[in-house]
Design a protein around this ligand. Structure first.
Ligand code: DQA
Length: 152
């Protein structure tokens, strides 16, 4: 099976770089994506990267990921983390390894951000390290996928 990972960025992450830089840092999404591509290539994985502000689009992408040949998903569900039962159900149903990431530490912020509907159905979550959460999350996902291959 091809070593393909789907990277999903949720709502408003297209604004990174100018969006509340004191919370999310100054790196643009394009820059983060380039970092991820370099890391993936080094480990012989291919990434397809998508950003959407629309819940249904993200649900569709997760739902079709298995058939499209992806082995795992790295996702920052952004605000949908805290609200979307649909996204949670899509993650639970997709049958792939899913790693959730957040730039900020959602537990040190407003109370409404303290609950993630995604974490209970994800393989793991990396948060609070800024853009590094993504590269750490990708490394963890690739490790998980390597373990799965060894056990097969
Ligand atoms: C976020 C945290 C969410 O609470 C917020 O709605 C985001 C970004 C993060 O990466 O820190 O849009 O997922």
């Amino acid at each position: 099976m091809a070593n393909k990972i789907l990277v999903l960025h949720g709502p408003n992450l297209d604004l990174l770089g100018t969006r509340e830089p004191e919370v999310y840092g100054r790196l643009t999404l394009a820059r983060i994506n380039r970092m991820l591509q370099v890391e993936a290539k080094r480990k012989k994985f291919r990434l397809e990267i998508k950003q959407s502000n629309h819940e249904g689009v993200l649900v569709d992408l997760i739902g079709k990921a298995g058939k499209a040949g992806f082995r795992g998903i790295l996702i920052n569900p952004a605000a949908y983390t805290h609200t979307s039962v649909a996204l949670r159900d899509a993650v639970a149903a997709c049958g792939l390894k899913v790693v959730e990431v957040h730039l900020s530490n959602i537990y040190s912020r407003e109370e409404f951000r303290h609950k993630s509907l995604i974490s209970p159905v994800a393989s793991g979550t990396v948060l609070g390290f800024g853009a590094k959460s993504y590269t750490l999350g990708l490394a963890a996902l690739i490790d998980l996928l390597a373990e799965v291959s060894i056990l097969k």
